[in-house]
Design a protein around this ligand. Structure first.
Ligand SMILES: [Cu+2]
Length: 231
């Protein structure tokens, strides 16, 4: 619910919010139900004059059902949460969009900065027109991206709140994932892992641009990319 104060900026943001809301509603319902039962029992069986306290073990069948029935109903709620979460997990973590429609981008985390290697006008990584940027990721709206996330030193976590994307980067591994922006604008990138004393100084920005604006940005960067390869 609090996530509605933040726009949904990727194709899968709404489905992730949906799972969070489902958990919130189910847990909220049982929280209110158990709080209600607790308060009811406190007042209904409060101390009365000349009445001795009773020792209730909870092992008797007619007493135990007060635990077993809600327990079974909560297990049914768990099934709904698991089904919802697995669907979202498969979509976000197990299914990569098709190339070449999806463009690759390399994300390198280190204490305490992000390096983003953009594919450049040819749409391919490891070619002369690649555009490396520090703390700035430029992407096109409504275009799927496959990221290759790695770390040069310690654990970091690539987090783009507007996408509801969060992925650990682990030294020695290249982790692939994807996102597809659905709105334009300039938004935060965070490191969501306490990665050292400069952790709080590791913010990045994502620029989600229309295709024309993105092409203009690429053209503007071309001399920098060529100068980098000439060295
Ligand atoms: Cu970090």
């Amino acid at each position: 619910m609090i996530e509605y104060f933040l726009e949904q900026g990727s194709t899968y943001a709404a489905s992730l919010d949906g799972v969070v809301n489902l958990i919130g509603v189910l847990v909220g319902f049982w929280f209110m139900a158990s709080l209600g039962a607790f308060l009811f029992l406190i007042f209904r069986f409060r101390k009365k004059p000349n009445q001795k306290a009773q020792y209730v073990t909870g092992y008797e069948k007619h007493e135990a059902r007060w635990v077993h029935w809600p327990h079974h109903l909560i297990l049914v709620c768990d099934i709904f949460i698991v089904i919802g979460a697995v669907q979202v997990w498969v979509d976000i973590k197990q299914t990569l969009p098709e190339e070449p429609e999806a463009e690759r981008v390399r994300i390198i985390s280190q204490q305490w900065a992000w390096t983003f290697v953009h594919a450049g006008p040819d749409g391919k990584l490891d070619t002369a027109d690649d555009i490396p940027m520090i703390d700035e990721l430029h992407v096109e709206v409504n275009k799927p991206y496959i990221y290759e996330l790695s770390s040069l030193d310690v654990l970091h976590d690539f987090s783009v709140p507007i996408f509801r994307l969060k992925q650990d980067s682990i030294p020695g591994r290249v982790i692939t994932g994807w996102f597809e922006p659905t709105i334009t604008g300039e938004y935060d990138i965070q490191c969501a892992e306490i990665c050292g004393i400069g952790h709080g100084l590791m913010p990045g920005r994502i620029y989600i641009e229309s295709s024309q604006k993105h092409a203009a940005w690429q053209a503007q960067q071309a001399p920098i990319a060529l100068a980098a390869t000439a060295q």
